[in-house]
Write a new protein. Structure first.
Length: 71
């Protein structure tokens, strides 16, 4: 999902060590994990809703075709 190279990961780790105390890093990581989980769930829900809308439009088009052909 995310394209993070090793160099970028090292830089992020160094910045965390410099600006955040080592005791708070696990708390920060857990918080980031929870946010990521919620974000993935939210994106999944949006994808499902868009798929439902597309199927609904297809069914409406089929319904129109059927009504048009039965007249």
């Amino acid at each position: 999902m995310f394209d993070i190279s090793l160099a970028e990961l090292v830089i992020i780790t160094l910045v965390l060590i410099i600006f955040v105390s080592p005791k708070n890093i696990p708390v920060l990581a857990r918080g980031a994990g929870k946010i990521t989980k919620k974000l993935k769930f939210f994106v999944s829900e949006i994808k499902q809703e868009l798929q439902r809308e597309a199927r609904f439009k297809q069914l409406k088009n089929i319904e129109k075709e059927i009504k048009k052909n039965t007249k």
